[in-house]
Write a protein that binds this ligand. Structure first.
Ligand code: THU
Length: 159
């Protein structure tokens, strides 16, 4: 028997349609993207997290000559946040990625490993995290929870 899974997402056509706080997150993710250390892929990713206390935490991807030792922008920011603010909820994650000098407008979605990490922190904080992903110039995709990006997800309830 074939079945379907429905996921929900919103398309925000451009920067102008974002709310004030969303614009701030976009700007911060875009500027921290410049700090990416990505000499191997030349793919620059920036991430900005909004915490429940109103603080914004940022991160960029950090690569390594031993490739798996590098880390994505999202996990750089999320792990730092949990290490330093273990009890603070993450409300929103804004991700901007693309080749360093790319002017295309394709939204870059978080990789599978980052989705899995975001899922873990939704479980830890017992609350959803809104995810926005985009390119430096272009439309923005928004989901209300990482579960929309990770159907059939594996989490601690199975262990
Ligand atoms: N990258 C991220 O930072 N986040 C993602 O969600 C996708 C991939 C980084 C990892 C690597 O440094 C580069 O982009 C190319 O894969």
């Amino acid at each position: 028997m074939e079945k379907e899974i429905k996921i929900n997402f919103e398309v925000i056509p451009s920067y102008e349609q974002l709310s004030d706080i969303e614009k701030i997150l976009f700007d911060k993710a875009k500027s921290v993207r410049e700090n990416a250390y990505a000499p191997y892929s030349n793919f620059f990713v920036g991430c900005a997290l909004l915490l429940e206390n109103g603080e914004i935490i940022t991160g960029s991807n950090q690569e390594n000559a031993a490739y798996p030792s590098g880390l994505c922008a999202e996990r750089t920011a999320i792990f730092w946040t949990s290490a330093n603010y273990p009890n603070e909820k993450i409300k929103k994650i804004f991700v901007i990625g693309g080749p360093k000098d790319d002017l295309s407008s394709t939204p870059i979605p978080p990789c599978g490993g980052c989705r899995q990490s975001i899922l873990e922190y939704e479980a830890k904080q017992k609350d959803v995290i809104e995810i926005y992903f985009t390119s430096p110039k272009g439309e923005i995709i928004k989901t209300k929870s990482v579960r929309d990006l990770l159907p059939f997800s594996f989490d601690g309830t199975f262990l």
